[in-house]
Design a binder for this molecule. Structure first.
Ligand code: DP6
Length: 336
């Protein structure tokens, strides 16, 4: 019998964002999304499997903290509910207790998709603990069902495409290209490591109240086709323009939904201007994207990234820079 499972899984940054849920039980999105797994934003999860099925314990070590602390009730309930979802999805008769230890290499809930790395790792842990061999598509579906939909994009390697689908079987992510297809970099410019106030789940529910939402979906049809072409041609200027447009389009929805969500701060805006100025000057070519937080993801190519780091580490807004390359998806490290 398996006693312990160690897994790791990356966060991902979306070039085309997922915002709004057509079905908030099955977590079916309104549109396809497209992302890259991040080599330096990882969750390491170690879970003991216990015979006493009453024990369901989770300990989390936050970024830069010394100790593991008991997960709060909200997170624990979400994990226990995902355990039941996984059991049902996997059609298992088995029941077990667990004691999970999870740590992140980056601050969670600050727009770096901390729940995507955590829940994709948890999906792999549960599938292994229930002793079910899942293919990548099935594992991605299971990760989606965790409630943190973008977790499904952290399962396949490298660059992931989440096909929106229209039911449980057809909504999943697959690898569009392996990590070594294109040496893009995502420099996460951290201006605030604090947790965000409104989680994505609540935000998704209100997306359709924005007057801009329908327009976003309409223009997304074209943008999805164009970005895929730009990606395979490695046309960085077009690729960057499209990913920036998409981030803006999602944030316009966020800011115009009811109640509105303003994730940006003055620091976010100040960095946006700097990235655009550097680009105009012809010195360095980078594009920004922003998730549900105030930190910026600066997307650039290998030849510019060191220059960008040297420039941004001197800027007063920045507390830390995380330097990411494309990475593999969720992986088992060890089964004991
Ligand atoms: C703004 O519902 O997957 O990051 O559970 O908070 O990780 P969390 O979020 P989820 O929504 C992610 C929304 C987004 C855009 C994206 O990653 O596509």
């Amino acid at each position: 019998m398996i006693k312990k499972i160690k897994v790791k899984s990356p966060a991902n940054i979306a070039f085309i964002k997922y915002w709004g849920q057509k079905d908030n039980q099955l977590i079916i999105p309104y549109n396809d999304s497209f992302s890259m797994n991040l080599s330096a934003c990882l969750t390491y999860l170690e879970g003991e499997i216990l015979e006493n099925k009453e024990i369901k314990e989770v300990f989390i070590k936050d970024y830069k903290k010394e100790n593991f602390l008991k997960a709060n009730t909200e997170i624990l309930n979400k994990i226990i509910s995902f355990y039941s979802t996984a059991k049902k999805f996997l059609n298992s008769k088995k029941d077990f207790g667990f004691r999970i230890y999870s740590k992140n290499t980056f601050p969670k809930k600050s727009g770096i998709a901390g729940s995507a790395s955590f829940f994709s790792a948890l999906a792999l842990f549960f599938a292994t603990a229930f002793e079910k061999k899942l293919n990548q598509k099935q594992l991605s579906i299971l990760a989606r069902l965790s409630g943190s939909g973008s977790a499904c994009r952290s399962i396949p390697d490298g660059f992931s495409w989440w096909r929106k689908g229209n039911n449980n079987e057809t909504s999943y992510a697959y690898s569009l290209a392996p990590p070594n297809f294109w040496d893009l970099r995502d420099l996460v410019l951290i201006v605030n490591p604090q947790e965000k106030k409104v989680g994505s789940y609540e935000g998704h529910q209100q997306a359709t109240t924005s007057f801009f939402f329908k327009f976003r979906l309409k223009e997304l049809k074209k943008r999805l086709i164009m970005i895929k072409k730009a990606f395979f041609k490695k046309d960085f200027s077009l690729f960057g323009q499209l990913l920036e447009e998409d981030a803006l389009s999602m944030h316009i929805v966020m800011m115009t939904q009811r109640p509105p969500l303003y994730y940006w701060s003055e620091k976010t805006f100040s960095l946006i201007k700097k990235i655009v100025e550097l680009r105009k000057s012809g010195k360095m070519e980078g594009y920004y994207t922003i998730d549900a937080g105030e930190n910026i993801h600066l997307i650039c190519q290998k030849n510019d990234y060191q220059q960008f780091i040297d420039y941004f580490k001197e800027q007063p807004e920045i507390l830390k820079i995380i330097d990411n390359q494309p990475s593999t998806g969720a992986k088992i490290i060890e089964i004991i």
